[in-house]
Structures are given as C-alpha cells and as structure tokens.
Design a protein around this ligand. Sequence first.
Ligand code: ADP
Ligand code: ZN
Ligand code: ZN
Length: 846
Amino acid sequence: MIYVEVAVAAPVRSTYTYRLPLGLRSDDAGSDEGLIGRRVLVPFGNAVVTGYLIALERQKPPAELQYKEIADLLDDSPLFPADAVPLFRWVADYYHHPLGLVIKTALPGGLNTTAERQLCLTENIGRQAVAAVCVDYARYDWLLQLLENGRLPAALSKKVLNDRHHRAVVARLSHEKVLRIERRAAQDGVRNKYERCYRISAALRQSLATVEVTADAEAGQLADCLAVIGGRQPGKAERTTVATLWRLSRENGTSDVPRRELLAAYPYASRIVAGLAAAGAIEVVDRRVYRSPFGDLLPYYPPVAQLSQEQQKAIEAIGHCLDERRFHTFLLHGVTGSGKTEVYLAAARKTLEAGRTVLVLVPEIALATQIEAHFVSRFGTLVALLHSALTPGERFDEWSRVLSGEARLVIGARSAVFAPLTDLGLVVVDEEHDGAFKQQDGLRYQARDAAIVRASQHGATVILGSATPSVTSFFHGRSGKYSLLTLSRRIGGKQLPGVEVVDVRGRVGSEGTSLFHDRLKAALQETFSQGQQSIVLINRRGFSPSVICLSCGAMVECRSCKVTMNLHKQTQRMLCHYCGYQLPSSSSCRSCGSTQLQPVGVGIERVVEALAELLPQARIARLDSDIAVDRRAFLALLQAASKKELDVLVGTQILAKGLHFPGVTLVGIVLADTGLAFPDFRAAEKTYQLIAQVTGRAGRGESHGRVIIQTMQPDHYAIQYAAQHRYQELAEREVMIRQGAGFPPFSRLIFIVVEDRDESLVRRRATEIAQEARTWVRERSASGVLSIMGPAPAPLERLRDRHRWQIMLKGTAVAALHDLADHVSRTFQRSGREKIIIDVDPENML
Ligand code: ADP
Ligand code: ZN
Ligand code: ZN
C-alpha cells in the first residue's frame, strides 16, 4: 500500500493524503515516480472529484487515521513532471490560490474535460498473440476490428466495456498485455492526432537486411523472404507492396511509412495491407503526429556572421553561470536594435548542448512571431510554442512534445512558465518590464517572477531582457541582486532616432482641429514621398473613447460598468471595453432620448480616417487587438509590412513591441500622455516605456529614423527623458520618488478587492476586512512594517454590475505581509456570497 498526496481541483486550502490501491498501479509501466503528475478521481466530501497526484508519501501515516482510497487513475502517463511541483506549490502559496486550481490553470485547456476511453492494441501484436490468449477471437467483431485498425473508436470501446461478457475478454487480453485502455480528453479538437503507418515486421526486416536489394532484384528476392514469413507464395501485388514500403522506409530514414505515402506510391496497396499484416509480414502502427504551429509564414534567419563586442561580453558572463549550473539573474539592458535576441540564442545553444532545457517568455503574440522565427531558424523542432493564440489541440500537442522531451526549448506567453520542462537550465524573459506578464483575473500570477522562482528551484540561469527595464528590476540590477549587462549601441553603428516633442495643447481631438500637428503632417508626407514607411501610434481602440449627447450633455455609459462606451465605426457599434456590452451606434441617449450623439476623443479608427485623407495614395493598415484576434490575418499584415507592401502602420501598443521593420523611418505618436492620467504609481514608468519602445521601431534599417511625439504635457519628465533616450535618469528619478512614497521596490503591495452587486454589502465587508487587518497588525506590533490603506471604492467602482471596493496592504516585511493576506483569506474568503480577490503585486491599479 502506498500513500500519495493529492491536490484536488477545488477551492480548498490544503492537500490531502489518499491510499493508492495496488490494483490501480498494475497498468503503471514505470516506477512509482511515474505516478506523480497524473490526474486521479478521489472521494471528497460527498462527491468524487478530480485531483492531481503530486507526491508519494514514503512515511507510513499514523495507523489510527483512516485514509480514503483513490477511486481511479485518469491518465496512463503523467501530465506534468515531478519537477514542476515545487513551482506549483510556490505559486499557490505566494498568490494565495488553491494548489489544485493552480495546476488546473497550468495545464493546457481541454484536459480538464472528462476523459473517454479507447481500446488500443499493443504495438507489434498480431493475430497469433491474440489467438494465444483468446482462441475464439474471431467471434468478436470488435476484436477483429481492433486487429485491423490498432484502436477502436471511443463509442465502440464504451459499448464493449459496458458489456460484462466483453469486458471479461478485455480484462484477459489486457492482463496479457495484448491490449490496453487509453484515456484521452473527450473533446474532439483537443485530441492527439494519429496517423496510420505501416512498417515491415521485425522478422522480415531481418531477412531483408541480409539481401542486397536493388531495383531489379527486389521483387524476386522479396518473394523468397515473404515465403519464409507467411508460409505461402506471395502474389505480385504483395511483393510490390512490401518492396514499396521497404524503399520508402529507407528513403525516409524511419521504419514507419505513413499510409497516405504508401498509397501515393502504390494505390493498389490499400487492398493488400490487411492480408500482409495478418500474415505477419508488416505491422500496423498509429503514429502520433504533431500539428506544427510553424506555418510557412515564418521567415528563416541565418546565424549572424560576427557578434558585437558587447554581445560577446554578455554571452561570456552568462556562459560562466551556465557552466556552473548556478541560479543567478542577469538583467540585459540593451537599447532597441542592440541585438538582445542573439544573446538569448547563444545562451540557449549552450544550455541545449549541455543537455538541459530552455524556457523563453515573451509578452504577446505580436512579439512572439519574430522571436520565435529566430529560435525555430536555429533549433528547429526542438522548439515548442505555447501561447494563447493556439487552438486547444495545438496547445495540447505542444505540451506533449515538451513532456516527452522531444521539444526542449519552449517559447511562449505568460502561461508557458508552467511548461512541463525537466532539468531547466535557462530562463529568458524578453521585454521583462511588460505588464502583460501579470495575469489580471483568476490566478493573478506574475509569470516573470514565477519564472525566476522556477529557475531558483533548478539551479538555472535567468536573463531578463529589455530596452526599458522595470524600475524594480533596474533597482535590483543596481543593488547587485541581479548582474547588469548592457548593450548600449545599436548593431551596425546605427543611431537611435532623433526625437521631436510637439505641444498640441488645445489642438488635437476637438472638433474642427486636425489630429496631426503640421510637423507630423509634413513628416508623414515626406516619408511617404520618399517611399519609406511610417508607424503611427495611438493607444486607443475604436473610433472614439466616448460619445456625448448633444442635447443633454450626458455621456453614453455602459449599462453594467461605470465607464463610457467607445464608438467603433467599422462595426457600427458602441462597445464597453471592460465587459463587452454593445449598442448599435444609431442608439439614442438614455437620459433624454435624443439621437444626436457625437463622438468625443481620438481612437485608432479616427486616426486611420484622417491619414487616408492626408495621404490618399498610401497603403495604410491598422494593427490593434481587434485585428490581432485573427492571428493569420495579423501575421499577414506584419509580413506585408516587412515586405514594404504597406506605407503606414497605425497601431496601438501591440505595434510598439519588439517588431523589426527595417523600412520604417518615421514614428509618430498621436498623444503620448494618455497614460499619465491613470491613478497608478507606475504611470510615468509606463509612459516612458511605451514611447521608448515605439521609438525603437524607427531607423532599424539603412536610413536614419525620426520620431515625433505629440503631447499635452511637453514638460513632463517621462516625456522629456524618453525624447532624449535617457533611461537611466528616468529610472533613478523613479527610484527616488518611490523611496519617498514607500512604493515598490521599497515595499510590496497586496490588494484586497471586494465585489458584489449589493453596494452596501461590499462597503460593509470591505470595512470589516480593513478593521480586522488593522487589529491583526496592532496585535503583532507590526505597524512598523505593515500598513493598511482603505477601504475605498476602487478606481473602477462598478464593473459588470458589480460594485467594487478595495483595501491596500503595503509591507516591507514580505513574510508578515503574506501572513496577513493569508489571515484575511482564511477569515473572509468563501464565507459570504461576495467575491474577495487577493491581488499580490498588483500590476493594474484599477
Ligand atoms: P533588440 O531585441 O535588442 O531590439 P534584435 O535582437 O532584434 O534587437 O536585433 C536587431 C537586428 O540586428 C536583428 O535584425 C538582428 O538579426 C541583427 N543582429 C543582431 N546581432 C547582430 C550581429 N552581431 N551582427 C549583425 N546583425 C545582428
Ligand atoms: Zn441626452
Ligand atoms: Zn461594461
């Protein structure tokens, strides 16, 4: 009897010990270690629930405790490696989230649906082996079908397993390892794909190997061999089938030949294969095929001829650390176009050559496409891609490739931090400052931070790369916690673009004014007439961020949120960007019924319209998250841009990230200070980052780049520093401001948000929580290291019909801060009907 630790997929705080009956382990091919990472069904309260087996308990638990038994093992092999368990535990602890739900979030979608069962023939089992166990096998149609096809469809398998008599036959065959029962996700799209293949049987292969098979001699010699196998004289079609298989398998360098290939070479084989398989001359195998995420749109990037001196220095420093297999974090601060990717590639090569694995995190799909092309160019099928734009089936396949060890380098967005890698040697986080690494709902984890922790658990080296590191990482780099590596120059001696700040106070956006300052207008026209490309950044989707009623002056607000509706002209809708609520754009005012509604403010669609007027001949494309929903279309646009089939790219911040368009010489920012208005202590940092990132898109090719920033706050330090490429000064200044205010990195924050439809309940509960937290702090005399702010209505005080209040916990002692959050969670979470969210290290202050 062994005891195992199970994390159930339910909102509970602890894990539970269960007994694993011996009967369930009989199908277990490997050691007991192979049990970790499998899903189990366990009795829990009055129900049976899914759980994850996360540890074996060697110690026999105290005898007086009665442990329940695991009802069933759901998987035939682990879904995640034992290696990943420490990360899951840390994430659960640090983000105050139930461990079973952490694992559920981590696993690729679709797995958590109910499993269905399929009967599969063990590989290389022929008729004789079946007959040896079950003499009257021919009586069972399903068994004949299984022999023919290697596996039975789920529906038929279910029918067989539901019949007592048939089930007994299955049990006998399964006991003799003739067949096995496989479980897989019931959802169609998530299924592994199998491809029918044929291979020449081991015995026949042996005799063939001794024969010098030439084109002419083939048929005759094969005839001899076949005669030996089948005990009868083979026909011409049989000989040709085997000869074709033999030839294809040698040409492909693999024993398995896909059915479609065989039939393409010799169509008549379709009538022959069954007989040959029955005679034991060939074997039928269903080979797993991986749907490749790498479409033909990915360009090939050859290795660079010569690394720059700065690149070499960085690679050397990282290399030492990799050699020592030591956990350490490097902050790679490289200006845009300085060649950070080459540094990642070199470190990845070294890690792979040492037999270890690599995790590369990137913020979003837009960026992923170019960086993934670099990695695929270098490492081919060793690369697996895990991001949210994949279909569930593709994700599942990629996950499996990583789990099996076939893919040893994972590139992906946020959730790839949970990839089932073993023996992790290197973690790369590109654009480490990007807020997208923080998940904003459910399990609110920070993937960059979790990746660093994962690296620390496995003695892996970390590279955090950015042109504009987060102030926190900069601070760690300066204090020595991280090692700072700098790439200060662009590759090929290119200059950073010149930046011009233009004051557009009272000019932009209101009726009758142009969206573009004369300087920007002239620059756009000039760039176009010179046949070069421009990027125009506007960080707002839609046509306008609000709509006003001209009769009564009311703003059109969302029905369920306290925000204004955005006008989307293209879809003729007014849309709430928070909850997705829509109205036709022809709607009337809810206060007075007037239909005289007027768009206010500037969104990307309006910019596209204005550009089309300014440059009627130009080819203009819009790139924003509304477009990026269709990844293929989005990739096609990026490709058109890099082929210079587009003249002006108008984009939201999606365009600011990591893209490399050598033809772009002008970048215009329509309104650079929109972000400064947010009630967020990172507002200046984020504004700087956005400007610097989009500025970095200009002048990456032969011609020098220029940037024009339109702003209403031309003197703001974030804008001034950004215009002068003075990252260091910006960061130093931010560090000082935060030290004064006690904000991160000089403290850590945890937000407690209370949400419900009932406003008075929300206010009451938020008040109770704040009181309880203050009492807790007082009783522990912790007021020196912990402070509590609030309760207060959240900046977005109504969202999806829920009222929201928040309390901010701020602490300089991490352990105490988390103890307090834990106390709040134990006392209040799940005790009432209101929702209480614990947001650790909040990224979004709304
Ligand atoms: P970053 O990520 O730092 O902005 P990239 O890694 O995208 O910069 O590199 C910018 C460009 O320079 C890319 O096209 C890249 O292939 C090229 N590049 C990088 N290193 C070298 C090198 N040593 N020699 C020539 N070209 C290089
Ligand atoms: Zn009105
Ligand atoms: Zn809404």
